[in-house]
Design a protein around this ligand. Structure first.
Ligand SMILES: [Ca+2]
Length: 543
């Protein structure tokens, strides 16, 4: 499939019309074009050479070790220090207290594989090409740890990779590799007798709870490979927790059984909540990704929520264990630690569960970290930083400049207070392509500034949205019909298009539709949406 995509891309660049006499090309021109296509094809398929991976150094930088810990589906506000009423996250709280809390961290695509690919490549989904949870990265894709290796770092990957879920083989950029196929399993599954982890290319049975086991592997690597060598290191600890179906470690099971899920204001099925909202949103309420028919089960979503929070306890303990090892082994003062979620998660907002949409609960993620000697304790960064900025930031911590193919920007100096906010990106792109397996969420593009969010849908007869996040943080009041907002809407539409057009991404790819997808509805659930009154006209009425 990758080869087909490459030819499609080449075809787009060099399209010409053989049926038009005026545009028939000469044999020489045709040969030159074929040669160019062959060269391009070879360049795309070839792995990056050692020379390609040597980045320019940042003058005067003192390279640090880096630990990046990623959670799955952990939303931005399920942490104690941001005011959650009962969840306990002491290690995340400590990172924020001792370092930086990125209050407006978001992902450019709210879905596991595309977001993970954006983290690893520093690129938007439309550039790295991992457009859903099924496809692998394109051949020739460079993952940022390859640059770290070329700069003399030891690198280790532990956990969920997910891009191209049929394989758990070691990927480029890592000296040590511990992973599993697809989403993995919290505990070794009883129905899969041969289930195993891939440890440096060999099958090794999973023994226990995955969050603990990955942390064990990570700490063993620190002890056995990192400590004996006088080399900087980079560790990527990529948890399965807290992805659904949520399963806490046995020691945490039932810890929150008496706790109540915070119910968002926008969850109720009321005309107020759906006033001026897109029709797809109301329709999704009664679907796989809606509160009426969540995951097509009869489980109460509050029960799912309690399990989610209990599963998070092990992730927090993992951070604490790694940090303790660093401190006890003399690495505390020269190691950057970043903790992040790969996408957000709606727990009832707008009647939805899960991710994919451009709403706040879906796109915002936790991001906290320490960088001793550079980031001051207790710093809060308000600028919108994103998953595409992780690679440039980690490279900068290693003293390396950002390579040209990356869309992101290093926030290393922004968080240190050495970069004026005016030098930071003014807006952030969000993009999501419709997937046949979950047909409830349309193709979505959005632009988010610190204050406003404009959302535009593609391929569906429906409404776009504009929110003033300062006045309306829960996105209750869609301003799309407001007269005084029309100039802003036009400007944001144009800015959004300009970003996409710049990288030839003003078109939507789609993959092989293999089945109808999770398209069921609950018979006695919410009714389908009505067309909004603003669109209704009498016959022959003008616009
Ligand atoms: Ca995820």
């Amino acid at each position: 499939m990758d080869v087909v995509l490459i030819f499609r891309r080449i075809d787009r660049k060099f399209r010409f019309d053989f049926t038009n006499d005026q545009q028939i090309i000469t044999t020489g021109e045709l040969m030159r074009l074929i040669s160019l296509m062959c060269l391009l094809f070879i360049a795309i398929l070839s792995p990056a050479s050692a020379a390609d991976l040597k980045l320019d150094k940042i003058e005067g930088a003192k390279p640090k070790n880096v630990v990046f810990i990623l959670a799955d589906d952990h939303r931005y506000d399920v942490m104690s220090f941001v005011g959650h009423p009962w969840v306990e996250t002491p290690a995340m709280d400590a990172l924020a207290k001792d370092g930086v809390y990125f209050k407006n961290a978001m992902v450019t695509t709210s879905l596991c594989s595309p977001s993970r690919a954006s983290i690893l490549t520093g690129q938007y989904m439309h550039n790295h090409g991992v457009v859903d949870n099924n496809v692998s990265a394109k051949p020739g894709t460079i993952f940022f740890p390859q640059y770290l290796q070329a700069a003399g770092y030891q690198t280790g990957f532990f956990g969920k990779w997910h891009m191209g879920g049929h394989s758990d083989d070691p990927r480029p950029g890592f000296d040590k590799w511990v992973s599993f196929r697809g989403q993995g399993h919290y505990y070794p599954p009883e129905h899969l007798k041969n289930w195993s982890l891939n440890v440096d290319g060999k099958s090794v049975p999973q023994k226990g709870y995955i969050t603990d086991e990955l942390t064990d592997y990570a700490i063993n690597w620190l002890n056995e490979s990192v400590k004996p060598k006088d080399k900087p290191f980079f560790m990527y600890l990529s948890h399965k927790g807290v992805h659904g179906m949520f399963h806490p470690a046995e020691r945490h099971a039932g810890r929150y059984k008496d706790k109540a899920m915070p119910i968002p204001k926008t969850m109720a099925n009321t005309s107020d909540n759906y006033f001026n909202k897109p029709m797809w949103l109301k329709n999704q309420r009664n679907s796989w990704h809606g509160v009426d028919f969540a995951y097509h089960q009869d489980t109460d979503i509050e029960e799912h929520y309690r399990l989610y929070c209990e599963a998070l306890l092990s992730v927090d303990e993992s951070i604490a264990r790694v940090r303790k090892w660093l401190d006890e082994n003399g690495y505390g003062e020269n190691t950057m630690i970043l903790y992040m979620g790969d996408n957000g998660f709606q727990w009832g907002e707008h009647g939805l569960i899960d991710k994919r949409t451009a709403y706040e609960a879906s796109i915002r993620v936790p991001l906290v970290g320490v960088c001793p000697g550079l980031w001051k304790p207790g710093t809060v960064v308000n600028e919108v930083v994103a998953n595409i900025d992780i690679a440039p930031t980690i490279l900068a911590a290693a003293g390396l400049k950002t390579p040209s193919q990356m869309d992101g920007q290093s926030f290393l100096q922004l968080a240190a207070g050495n970069m004026p906010a005016s030098d930071w990106r003014k807006n952030s792109l969000y993009e999501y392509y419709w997937e046949f397996n979950f047909p409830q969420t349309p193709t979505t593009f959005a632009l988010r500034t610190p204050r406003y969010k404009f959302i535009q849908y593609h391929g569906i007869w429906d409404l776009d949205e504009l929110y003033d996040l300062e006045q309306d943080p829960h996105e209750e009041n869609n301003l799309i019909f407001e007269k005084e907002q029309q100039a802003r809407i036009q400007k944001m539409r144009a800015d959004l298009h300009a970003i996409l057009e710049k990288s030839d991404a003003n078109r939507v790819p789609f993959s092989h539709k293999r089945r109808m997808g999770a398209n069921l509805r609950l018979k006695n659930g919410a009714e389908p949406a009505q067309f909004p009154p603003q669109l209704m006209r009498e016959k022959n009425a003008q616009k």
